[in-house]
Design a protein around this ligand. Sequence first.
Ligand code: PLP
Length: 379
Amino acid sequence: MAEDVYDRLGVKKLINAAGTYTIVGGSRMSPETLRTMGEAAGSFVDIRELQSRVHKRLAQITNNESALVVTGAAAGLYVLAAACVCLKLGRAFAHLSPSEVEQCEIIVFRAHRNPYDWSLRQLGIKLAEIGYPNMIQPTSARDLEQAMTPHTSAVFYTAMNQGWVAEGALSLRDTVAVAARRGIPVVVDGAAQLPPVSNLWAFNQMGAAATVFSGGKDLAGPQASGLITGSRRLLDAAKEIAFPNYGIGRMLKVGREEMVGLLSAVEQYVSMDHDDRTRWCRDQLEVLKTSFSDYRDVEVVDSYPNEAGQPIARAIVRFAHEGVSSDHVIERLRIGVPGIFAIAAGENGVFVNPMTLAPGEIEMIVQRLKDIFAELGVC
Ligand SMILES: *Cc1c(COP(=O)(O)O)cnc(C)c1O
């Protein structure tokens, strides 16, 4: 194979068997997306004019009133938190004093707390936590009602049913119903909630004011991009804060390449055959299953839905062998040739997620696993 930039830098390339993990690059842009970004890089344009066209088109194809391209889902939460404060206080963010901002509260379910909510806290806004992360005493609509104060600026909702999220929160439908009675916007973190493609509009049609998506996960847009979809009122406030305006949004610069790259990726995403893709993913797992069917110590089982609750099957390769742990296998996968990035499924298994694989890669994963099993005496 021809030498590429990673070879020249001496950086090890990895097959991503784990899914849309940002730590290895999230996802791969299509040739069409890359070509569009290259075209965008070649000319100067008026950024505001470009934004206006790109946002209008994104809103159209995602069935939303409004859309905004940001640098990532986390950045989207930050800009939306500020926008909710502006709507609450009725003034531009640049004119607010720190103490005015710090008085504002965003209600969050304890079951939904995760490291991405730094984006909400960053400006000094208080998080008002409600409920418990379990089903012994799930959060009630009354809990949410009682948590509302004159300073409540938004309700935050993590739309996941796996991974970061515990049980015990109110449903989004009930959350939106309570918030709507008080005129409080609900902001949804849907960063990794694609597929299904319908989530691009479903949470907002249910009544959320805005949802953030990562451009660099399943949308396969630029890694440093994010998409906010939602109501015109909240997104107009967010647009006043966001790049290219001076102020807090100026740190979150979005290049013209990212703007058109994300638009191109979303256009491809809404028009692709998702059933076909699901079938392709299943086929990859079939290859994995049949490859280990005659192993005594190895079992390949379906794991559904995947780590972020997406409706795409992944598999767990389980190995029952004294002294062989997930860590042993994962480390060998990582340091081998080709390097493979996988995550542990408990003490004696690894996940194989087909959603980030390219054609031919499942065969390489199978071969590496066979070599490692042979080395470790797993048969
Ligand atoms: C990945 C992720 C984010 C951050 O998305 P970026 O586009 O990388 O900023 C936020 N929230 C959740 C739940 C995520 O999974």
